[in-house]
Design a binder for this molecule. Structure first.
Ligand code: ASP
Ligand code: MG
Length: 423
């Protein structure tokens, strides 16, 4: 039997009892004959608590030191897990990201993996030990400083490591039974999917579904690594992330796989932009120069009388202030009238590869929102996704009515959320 990589999220190892329970599961996998590599997140809400602590010391923690601090969370859980496994009579050895050979670029807080050189993990397995690796961290190739890969990125550590080790599959253990048609915390009648294509999962993750980190799905697709998302609190079969389906499979599949939502974005409107060639370019160049990622963009038809137009776009809330300052600096150059900032928005997205070949999906989505009295502020689409921006207070309603309108509600009863504080 081959190597299995298992990743356990923070709510699965929230306390000593959780750590012992997970240790038993890992030992069972080992006893079944697999070589086991475990990637672990920080216990419970530790990462958030460490962040809060840093903010009490300074509003702007130096990124290098913040990474040093946050990576401590995973050090705690990996060491405790290794101890719990030893207590069960099995060999286990914990490794920081750096020790596990996770080499990254130098972008603190959002570093990208450049290479994985898992020599020490390979040796641990050779010596019949279970290897425990701290998730979400690595070491910069150039500065040799410790880096983090972005919030929720232990998933990415796991899939990247699985690919580098040539593992059979990567299991992602969470506090719900798999990938659901909507967040079970908002839609209790959400249905667990048995399988979902990487293509659809990429859209779900990009649209705010927190069950998997976006970059981990990209890895799974690139290296064709089978990923099984399941609960560490039950023994139920979870959701398999499978290669993008062929046209024939698609005929048999549901048209819509799910509804995702995202409350992390803000909207900026540049009011009164002269409707001339090059103005939009100037605006977005200013944002690109300060490395801000833009999501949706809408430009209104200009009013004939004035020759002025409004341009609205969405971006991560965390970048809101930086974007406003960057735009303020080019006000005279562009000659726009004023800037509006709104962070009371949410994005609701309908996703499914089947919409490529089925007309009427947009109409059904928008009428569901209309009958619930939800106003649409912006719209964007891809081949397999329709997203709308709505008022933040209406996100839950929008998700619920859309879920029902596409017959996604399950009769089987409530989806179980086993743990976590939802933070
Ligand atoms: N502990 C990190 C976080 O909370 C990484 C993870 O959980 O995947 O973001
Ligand atoms: Mg996580």
């Amino acid at each position: 039997m081959g190597i299995v990589v298992q990743k356990y999220g923070g709510s699965s190892v929230a306390d000593a009892t959780g750590i012992k329970r997970v240790a038993q599961r890992i030992v069972n996998t080992k006893k079944a004959g697999h070589d086991v590599v475990v990637v672990v997140s920080a216990m419970g809400d530790t990462t958030d608590e460490l962040r809060d602590l840093a903010e009490q010391v300074t509003p702007l923690p130096p990124p290098r030191e913040l990474d040093m601090l946050l990576t401590a969370g995973e050090r705690i859980s990996m060491a405790l897990l290794a101890m719990a496994i030893a207590q069960l009579g099995h060999k286990a050895r914990s490794f920081t990201g750096s020790q596990a050979g996770v080499i990254t670029d130098a972008a603190h807080g959002n570093a990208k993996i450049i290479d994985i050189t898992p020599g020490r993990i390979v040796n641990a397995l050779k010596e019949d030990a279970i290897a425990i690796v701290a998730g979400f961290q690595g070491v910069s190739q150039t500065t040799k400083d410790i880096t983090t890969l972005g919030r929720g990125a232990s998933d990415t550590t796991a899939v990247a490591l699985a690919a580098a080790m040539g593992a059979e599959c990567c299991e992602i253990y969470s506090d719900v039974d798999g990938v659901f048609t909507a967040d079970p915390r908002i839609v209790p009648s959400a249905r667990k999917l048995d399988r979902i294509s990487t293509e659809e999962m990429l859209e779900m993750a990009a649209c705010g579904a927190k069950i998997l980190h976006l970059r981990c799905v990209e890895y799974a697709r690139r290296y064709e690594m089978p990923v099984h998302v399941r609960s560490s609190f039950s023994h139920k079969e979870g959701t398999w992330i499978v290669p993008t389906s062929t046209e024939e499979d698609e005929m048999e599949q549901a048209i819509i796989v799910g509804v995702a939502h995202d409350r992390s974005e803000a909207k900026i409107t540049v009011v009164g932009v002269p409707d001339k060639v090059g103005e939009a370019a100037r605006i977005f160049e200013a944002l690109a120069a300060v490395e801000i990622n833009i999501d949706m963009v809408v430009q209104n038809v200009s009013a004939a009388a004035t020759g002025l137009t409004d341009i609205s776009f969405t971006l991560p809330r965390a970048d809101g202030q930086r974007a406003m300052s960057a735009l303020a600096r080019i006000q005279d150059e562009v000659g726009y009238d004023k800037l509006l900032y709104d962070d009371q928005i949410g994005k609701v997205s309908l996703i499914g590869a089947g919409m490529r070949s089925h007309p009427g999906i947009t109409a059904r989505f928008f009428s569901a929102l209309a009958s619930a009295g939800v106003n649409i502020e912006m719209i964007s689409t891809s081949e397999i996704r329709i997203s709308v921006i709505v008022d933040e207070s209406e996100v839950d309603t929008a998700v619920q009515v859309t879920h029902t309108a596409f017959d996604l509600d399950s009769e089987a009863g409530e989806a179980v959320v086993y743990g976590g504080t939802g933070r």
